[in-house]
Ligand binder design. Structure first.
Ligand code: ZN
Length: 302
């Protein structure tokens, strides 16, 4: 009997030593740590910075969370060097992911330079092809990077590296051209919700009111966010009153060029946002806007 007790003590001591040893020497990036952070809905980095890069008429948003970075869209081809320079100044050499919301030139043009200049680990795009030179050039640039593009579906999660922050795809789902419009690539825009550091942000590409209506019906609980990248440069084809009220952002950013030929942004989006107390930033007037997400609070970083 005594012998058995001694044996149990030895086993217990060995387990305790092994446990203490594993705690001591677990690297910070151990998958278990990442998993627990993900489950807690927080990210390993202290803060996440959202950079709404001033690319003139177009969209380019950089998400930086600790050592990890994701780029959503890259502006026009003529803005490619602007985006590359901006990322370089942020000390970025590698992107965990690049997301092309939809194949219009003012979103994918600059991504060709980005793919040339940086190591890109994953590339996500909407599951609809477009018969344009710039789209073909983008596919070639992705191929040259040695990666396969991925076509996420609604509900898919795109991790921001191992930071614990994540993007969740809210729209448009496969066969978006059949569901919405073959002739309107804006309806193919990937819409992604970011959850990081106790905050949330909604990246909408150039989505339209028809897609917004679907999201309001199918996933209204995911729309309420602290930050909204206003859809389609503030066009009246998006940002319905119901959608803006569902998001109820504390901060909104509209990306466009002053004096653009489309007359963007439309006045209605300001009328819908102002009663909500939303702080509105415009790249045409404010230049590049950087918002910081930290401890459940959003602030302007520059
Ligand atoms: Zn656009």
């Amino acid at each position: 009997m005594k012998k058995r007790h001694n044996f149990l003590w030895v086993i217990t001591a060995m387990v305790l030593v092994a446990f203490a040893f594993s705690k001591e020497f677990l690297p910070a990036t151990h998958p278990d740590n990442t998993l627990s952070n993900t489950l807690a809905g927080t990210s390993a980095a202290d803060a996440t910075n959202l950079h709404f890069i001033n690319v003139g008429q177009g969209d380019a948003e950089l998400i930086v969370c600790g050592e990890n970075a994701v780029l959503i869209d890259g502006g026009k081809a003529s803005a490619g060097s602007t985006v590359v320079d901006y990322l370089s100044r942020q000390g970025i050499a590698e992107l965990d992911a690049v997301i092309a919301t939809h194949p219009h030139e003012d979103h994918i043009g600059g991504l060709i330079n980005v793919l040339d200049a940086f190591q890109v680990d994953a590339f996500y795009m909407s599951d609809e092809a477009m018969d344009t030179d710039i789209y073909e050039n983008l596919l070639d640039a992705i191929d040259d990077e040695g990666i396969q593009p991925q076509f996420p579906d609604i509900g898919d999660v795109i991790p921001i590296g191992d930071s614990g922050a994540k993007l969740t795809v809210l729209a448009p789902g496969p066969d978006s051209a059949d569901t919405y419009s073959k002739n309107d690539p804006n309806t193919w825009s990937l819409v992604c919700r970011l959850d990081a550091n106790g905050c949330s942000a909604l990246f909408t590409g150039d989505t339209t009111a028809a897609v917004e209506k679907t999201m309001l019906r199918t996933e209204p609980h995911l729309l309420n966010c602290d930050v909204l990248k206003v859809a389609h440069h503030g066009s009246r084809t998006a940002s319905s009153k119901d959608f803006i009220q569902a998001v109820s952002p504390s901060y909104a950013v509209i990306s466009y060029a002053q004096g653009n030929s489309y007359g963007l942004p439309n006045n209605e989006v300001f009328e819908y946002l102002k009663p909500l107390g939303t702080k509105i930033y415009e790249t045409a007037k404010d230049g590049t806007v950087v918002l910081q997400l930290k401890n459940g609070q959003v602030s302007v970083a520059s």
